[in-house]
Design a protein around this ligand. Structure first.
Ligand code: SAH
Ligand code: SF4
Length: 360
């Protein structure tokens, strides 16, 4: 079975079944005068057997397959390389059909992997501390390009079948590419799709308030918000989006985000020396989040070529965390994983740096 490349022809006018949800494939198939249940069969072939062409779908009649391939295509991303960091984190570089590159990061757990997927080539949000934000924005990813980061690894690497958690926090701002990201979530969670439950998916946003509200209505994934500052002045300096949606509006949207009992919001807070990491900042942060069911991920600033900031000293990072704990928050220091291969938060660029072991 061939798993890479676009064998269904490169005619761009053919719709790609991997850009469609189950409902949309059902509609497409009904329009061809065929039974709806075949949509599920096709989905299972693509996402649960790794089929990259209609020829692979052997329990579907030849006639129907021929009919489908005349009218639709199935795309695949190309895995260019996978690097492994000293701490076991892996970074996959993918080539898109138009020649652009994106990266995903695999984070090892005890018996499973967490995959961090990208939603855009670059990012338009321009956060001051983020490498992705400093690279040129090229375009949004299609639903197929978001889900294929999972599908391709699942069927082409020995550990891919153990990807159990998905974090949508790679390159790009997912809520800026709302429709395609939502479609990807529908495909990831579908029983006949990648069959990963909502509970195991976390979407991270810089805080696009109206889209947070929409997401709460459209899906029930976990929400992570990149906060990074306890007050508007500091946040305006670090994250231009704050000028449009200041902290008051953001916190209000977080309070209203619908969450089943026992689930909590996550706030990410990149600690930057001399900018947002003083004990006074920690106290303000504790006040800002009062009343929110949440946990805090403290991420010491990860450096990259020509970065203007530094992480605070370890003792200062721990003191910051301790203030939050004293105020009854769950706060965890997330040591930068995969830093030696530029796979840590905020270091993704789609350029595929040269260091690190190159192996699938
Ligand atoms: N755009 C989304 C998701 C991608 S960024 C968002 O902003 O949430 C993923 C995380 O990386 C964010 O929490 C961001 O604050 C963090 N990050 C960005 N640059 C970083 C850096 N240099 N060091 C540590 N974390 C960084
Ligand atoms: Fe974009 Fe997130 Fe980086 Fe900000 S932190 S530039 S929103 S990827």
């Amino acid at each position: 079975m061939q798993l890479r490349g676009d064998r269904e022809g490169s005619r761009v006018d053919k719709p790609n079944l991997k850009d469609m949800t189950l409902k949309e494939i059902e509609g497409f198939i009904s329009d061809l005068g065929k039974e709806k249940y075949r949509a599920k069969q096709v989905m299972k072939w693509m996402y649960q057997s790794g089929a990259a062409s209609f020829d692979d779908m052997t329990n579907i009649s030849k006639d129907f397959r021929t009919g489908l391939s005349a009218l639709a295509k199935i795309s695949s991303l190309e895995i260019v390389k996978i690097q492994t960091s000293r701490d076991g984190t892996k970074k996959a570089l993918f080539k898109l059909n138009d020649g652009n590159f994106i990266e995903s990061v695999l984070i090892p757990g005890k018996n499973h992997w967490t995959l961090c997927v990208s939603t855009q080539v670059g990012c338009r949000m321009g956060c001051r501390f983020c490498f992705t934000g400093k690279c040129d924005f090229k375009r949004d990813l299609l639903p197929s390009e978001i889900t294929d980061q999972i599908t391709m690894l699942r069927f082409n690497t020995p550990y891919g079948k153990d990807i159990k958690n998905i974090v949508i926090m790679g390159m790009g701002e997912p809520l800026e590419n709302y429709d395609n990201t939502l479609k990807a979530i529908r495909i990831i969670t579908a029983d006949c799709g990648l069959a990963i439950s909502n509970r195991r998916i976390t979407l991270s946003t810089c805080g696009i308030v109206p889209a947070i509200r929409r997401l709460g209505e459209d899906a029930s994934v976990n929400l992570a918000v990149s906060l990074n500052a306890p007050d508007n002045e500091t946040r305006n300096f670090l994250m231009p989006i704050n000028k449009k949606y200041p902290l008051e509006a953001l916190i209000d949207a977080c309070l209203k985000y619908p969450m089943p009992r026992r689930r909590r919001l996550t706030f990410e807070y990149v600690l930057i020396e001399g900018v947002n990491a003083s004990l006074k900042d920690a106290v303000s942060l504790a006040g800002l989040l009062r009343g929110l069911r949440c946990k805090l991920n403290l991420i010491p600033f990860n450096e990259y070529p020509e970065s203007e900031f530094r992480a605070p000293a370890q003792t200062d990072i721990e003191a910051f965390r301790d203030v939050l704990i004293k105020h009854n928050y769950t706060a965890v220091i997330r040591a930068g994983r995969g830093g030696d291969i530029l796979a840590a938060c905020g270091q993704l660029s789609g350029r595929g740096n040269r260091t690190g072991e190159d192996n699938v």
